[in-house]
Design a protein around this ligand. Structure first.
Ligand code: DX5
Ligand code: ZN
Length: 228
């Protein structure tokens, strides 16, 4: 199980959606060498988002290849159907979309019961208020900076305001939850997100599209330290 006191540390979480699956083991070794903190695993069901990706088997495979925490992002309807299987497969964090979680509190509690850290995420068009009542229960709050479903999309600048408001919300309730941002994170966007208050950065194409993924992770991390 990963620690639940997540805040105040820069974490880089490469998204495996952008990895070359023919050489997944090598790609994971590259990001480990670069100091990746978590592996971000995007689960898509073709219903909540217009794309299919992977599920239990790939989580299991990643678990067998790497000791890094597996940050599983569930872009699926009825996410609770998968909690047990994903926890058993080795998920460390499970993050669910508020748009598909009418029983958000119950669902977060179930994730924790299974020994995983519990996260909530919302689409760019969904108000931050949707997590206000569970703010103290969150181990992680994820702000989408693209509409979920595909890697390689452009960062939506309005996400910065939402990150700022999310940071204020977590601080106001004394939460040590991680504040993560996902979508279009690159050398061009990471510093603004860091300054807005995010501490955990998902990067798919930004890392795996780079000539040297390990060096790219180091570069992204260094940019967070810069208060430019
Ligand atoms: C989008 C996924 C992201 C995606 C990010 O639906 O949730 O995690 O892999 O990819 P990039 O970093 O390429 O925008
Ligand atoms: Zn994701």
């Amino acid at each position: 199980m990963v620690s639940r006191a997540f805040a105040k540390k820069v974490r880089i979480a490469p998204s495996l959606l952008a990895a070359d699956f023919a050489r997944l083991k090598d790609q994971i070794a590259q990001v480990e060498e670069g100091g990746a903190d978590w592996l971000h695993v995007d689960v898509m069901d073709g219903v909540f988002v217009p794309n299919l990706s992977f599920g239990t088997k790939v989580i299991e495979t990643c678990r067998s290849i790497s000791k890094l925490p597996l940050d599983v992002h569930l872009m699926v309807v009825e996410p609770e159907k998968y909690f047990d299987a994903f926890a058993k497969a080795g998920a460390s964090v499970m993050t669910i979309h508020v748009e598909t979680a009418p029983h958000l509190h119950r669902q977060l509690m179930r994730i924790k019961e299974l020994g995983c850290a519990a996260g909530a995420v919302m689409n760019p068009g969904t108000p931050l208020d949707s997590v206000r009542e569970v703010a103290t229960d969150l181990d992680l709050l994820l702000i989408m900076s693209v509409n979920p479903g595909f890697g390689g999309q452009a960062f939506i600048p309005e996400a910065l305001g939402k990150i700022r408001r999310a940071r204020a919300l977590l601080d106001a309730v004394g939460s040590s939850a991680a504040l993560e941002v996902d979508g279009g994170i690159s050398r061009e966007t990471i510093n603004a997100c860091w300054r807005a208050g995010a501490d955990t950065f998902v990067a798919g194409n930004g890392v795996f599209g780079a000539r040297d993924p390990a060096a790219e992770i180091r570069a992204l991390r260094a940019l967070c330290a810069e208060m430019v």
